[in-house]
Design a protein around this ligand. Sequence first.
Ligand code: CP
Ligand code: NVA
Length: 316
Amino acid sequence: MNARSSTKRDLLTFDDLTAQEIRHLFQRTTQLKRNRAAGRDVATLQGRTLGMIFEKPSTRTRVSFETGMFQLGGQALFLSSQDIQLGRGEEVSDSARVLSRFVDIIMVRTFAHKKVETMAEYATVPVINGLSDDFHPCQVLADLFTYEEHRGPIGGHKVAWIGDGNNMANSWMQAAAKLGFDLVLACPANYEPDAKLLGHTQLEAASTGGSITVVRAPAEAVAHADLVCTDTWTSMGQEAERQRRLRAFADYCVDEALMRQAKDEALFMHCLPAHRGEEVSAGVLDGPQSVIWDEAENRLHIQKAVLEWLMGVDIH
Ligand code: CP
Ligand code: NVA
């Protein structure tokens, strides 16, 4: 049970967003991206500090949050769990209350999703999930924004997820339920997304005009798809399972032959880091349908909008 205060906002999963709020964030993201391109960033977060706790490695999340805060006139603190007392066993609840006395907003990348929830429960400032074992909402917001930048509103379109029913897949399921698009996930046996979450999101999707289906065959998922997505077969924290996973996912590589079975104009996305020759072929990752660099860049723009929104900076 989440005991978070109703007087502050957090972004732990898509459950913290309405479809209308997602639309608002996308509008602001477009404006922020334009400002950046024109060299006209506005210091909306002057004097504000983001504390970023990392218990797992990161390139995109760290650099996009850090530069995003800087561009909006604020600053970000990189807090590796190896260097703060959290890593020596200080309670999450104590760390949350102390950090809230210093910083204006907290981002956490960790293992158990419960830890992000505890941080949000005890922090008196907004908390952002920068990836947990179960969800990666900032990445999927960037992915949705990237899709719409290239192709227009995603509602009613078909997204194929190929591979692991992991944190990215879970956030995609929540997004399909919110925004009403068709998501088909092709996963090997024993690597399907969480059954309870699947049930919830399927019900919600039914009320928004979307659908969520899990199938075994990648070809079935990509048929008529407008977007094909995949992710690493071995997520952070699963390194000991790598050999077993390589065998289980051997038939789930997104290669040119699979992409040919999607729509001709289908886009390809990967949250990165990627492993060419494993979950995706080099030809697809570096090919004409791939929008991975826009997808990575958009982490910056969408997160700036998220930071403003969570800190209640009203922009009109
Ligand atoms: N996609 C993503 O979150 O990348 P990092 O692990 O580099 O932050
Ligand atoms: N599923 C991957 C995403 C990396 C951004 C992981 O959790 O490692």
